[in-house]
Ligand binder design. Sequence first.
Ligand SMILES: Cc1ncc(COP(=O)(O)O)c(C=O)c1O
Length: 394
Amino acid sequence: MVSKKIKSITPSFTINISAKVAKLKSEGKEIIDLSIGEPDFMTPNAGKITAKEAIDHNKTKYDMVPGLIPLRDSIVKKLELENHVKYSTSEIVVSSGAKNAITNALTAILDPYDEVVIPAPYWTSYPEMVKLCYGVPIIVQTDKSNDFKLTVKQLSEAITDRTKIVLINNPSNPTGAVYSKEELEPLIEFCINHNLIILADEIYERICYDHPFVSIPSISERAKEITILVNGFSKSAAMTGWRLGYTASNIEISKAISTLQGHLISHPSTIAQWAGYGALKEGSEDMKHMVSIYKNRRDTILPILNQLENVGYVNPQGAFYLFLDLSAYKKFYNNHDSFSIAFCNQLLDEHQVAVVPGIAFGNDDYIRISYATKIELVIEGLHRIQELLSFIKK
Ligand SMILES: Cc1ncc(COP(=O)(O)O)c(C=O)c1O
C-alpha cells in the first residue's frame, strides 16, 4: 500500500528508544534516561508571555508564509549581533522546527538522484530526510583523531558530478565537536570552487563552551551566498514543543522555500511564532543561564569519563552530548549484528539506563549520552555503565 520511498526509510532509533523507556516506566521501572536530545529547561518567560498575549489579542489568523515580520526582523538582528552575518528579512523563512527547515531546504534544492554529502557520525534523521526528498545520501567516514570533523580531502574524495549539497552540523549531534574558523575556511573554499551548496545546521550554535562560535555564512560574502543556514528555538531556547525553526539563505533559495512552504504548511502556528519573538527579544539571559549549566555539567562529567576503563570519547565542546568509544568491548558481542544496539539493550534491561546506540549515527563502536538532564542522574548513569563494562570483561 505504501510507497517504495517510505519503505526505504528507517524508523527513528531515538523514537524507538523513547517508546521502550515509556513502556518500562509504565511497568513501574525507574529508568535513568540519558537518551533524549531535549533540554531539561522550560520556555523562557518572555516567550510564554508574548504567546499568551497573542492568544488574548486574537493574533490567531493566517499570516505571511515565510513568517511574521516582527519575528523575522528579530532573527535578522540576532544573526547580525550574535553570528556576525547580515541577512535581509526576505532571506529568512520561519518553519515548524529545524527539521522542517532542513526538509524545506532539501526539497527546494534537490532533483531526483542528486547527492548530499553527510559526514558520519551524523544526526540520525539526515540520511532519511535526503531520501524522502528524492536525493541520495553519500555518507563520508571521518576520523576519530580529528574529532570526526570533515576535511577537504574526505570531501574531495566523496563528490561526483551529481553532488549538490554538503551538510555540516556544527556543533555536532552526536559528538559535541565544534569546527574552528580555520577548519571551516578550506571546506567553504572547496564548496565555492565546486559549485556546492552548504546546508549548515547550526541549531546548537548557542551551546558552545570553549571558543566563540563561528557561523559558516559569517566567514565571507561568498560563503554566505552558497550557504543555507538552519537554526531554531528547540535547543538553545528549550522550546522543543513549539516547533519553531528557520532558514536564512540567498533570496533565490528563500523564495523557493517560501513557495513550497506556502503549499505544504503555509506557516508555523502564529502563537508559536509570537513565543519565539518574545524569547528572542527578551529571553537571552535565560538562554545564557541554560548554557552555563550545561557547561558546568560538561566540566563535572569529564573527570568521570576519564576514569571509565578503556573508554574513549570525542572532546565535547558544544551541544549537550557525549559520544563514547566502546570499541574495546566490541569483541565481547561477536554474536550480535550490531554491537551498539546489543550493548544499549543490555544497559537498559539490566542497569535501567537508556542511551542511544552509535549505529543510529553511523558508527557502531560508540554510544551517545545526553546530559540535558540532572547532573546526579548523568553521574549515576555513568557509574552503571562502568558496572556493565566491568561485568562484560569478566
Ligand atoms: C542536529 C539537529 N538538527 C535538527 C534538529 C531538529 O530540531 P527541531 O526540534 O527544531 O526540529 C535536531 C533535534 O534533535 C538536531 O539534533
